[in-house]
Design a protein. Sequence first.
Length: 399
Amino acid sequence: MYQKREIADKVFYVGVNDRQKHLFENYLPLPHGVSYNSYLIVDEKVALLDTVDLSFSDHFISQIESLLNGRPVDFLVVHHMEPDHAGSIRLLKTRYPQMKLVGNKKTFDFLKGYFNIDADLIEVAEGDSLSLGKKKLVFYMAPMVHWPEVMVSYEPESQTLFSADAFGTFGALNGSCFDDELNLDFFWDEMRRYYACIVGKFGMPVQNALKKLSALPIKTICSLHGPVWRAQLEKVVALYDRWSRYETEPGVVIPFGSMYGNTQTLAEAVAEGVVAGGLQNVVIHNVSKTDASFILADIFKYNGLIVGSPTYMGEAYPLVDALLTKIKERGVKHHVYSCFGSYSWATGAVKRMTEFAEAMKWEVVGAPVDNKFAPTEDALQKCFQLGKEVAQACLKMKE
Ligand code: FEO
């Protein structure tokens, strides 16, 4: 017996929760799980909007069958081809052989490449619509949010937007798919982490999509991950707008690597300087304990970043280096930046962290501290001063 989750007249939620995987895309931790959302429109024609990860296809198909009472699926609309959503396409096509697949030209390249499917296709382009009877879907292309074939669709009668990954979040759905029936406490941080890690590189394409969709009256957003947004709609659109403009608030993230505690001691002094500089928003992350995805989420929130690293084989500590690469990959902008480090016989980490700033076109604020052996009183004072200067620059940036 499945609970009918009716989003609007004839529109149903048929997604699944993944509480099994530890790592999304095999590298991003899922402490709260994740949902793969799919939607079914049951009109004169039946349209299924996206599928789910193949591991959950049994539960997925059972939900569809219980709503359809033997009717076939006429159309499968493919908004996005990443396998967390496209994974059950081949199985669905076997279950409903007459089903037509609806996508754009790029979708069909992926469909052929992944599943060797090149028949029963209906190609749509910007502004095209697909009639289902009383309802219809109108298609809008959203390339690079966050793959090239991504499109969204709009159902005018219920004013529902099917937004692909956009407005998605990590976190499985605990007892309901609707935002107003869920405790959303952990979703806001998880939504920012999802954005930072998955979509963060693509600020401009997100802005383009938001501009395009702003003309539509929207009552409900159905993303491919996380809650169906209807009560918090304005908030989620505003968050996406903010993040895709790389807007931040005053605060400092201090990620550090430390093998034996010396760089950590410097980090503590930096943080004390930040607070003395007038900022309470200071987050210290040990890169060996905290997964980089959580650090990235904080970097997308705050406008200050001070990175600490010991020199390791003449370079930055490997996990610090990996974090810097992830920041660079995402094209993060507008940060007040500095760095500090320690070494025992040859330096190198501070050089790497300074070159990183040059590559990002960020100004280095204050004098980076590079301390030999255990932290000296002089080095701790300099770290304190560095934190203070960065905090003041963060506050000034927002004036
Ligand atoms: Fe949720 Fe880009 O797949």
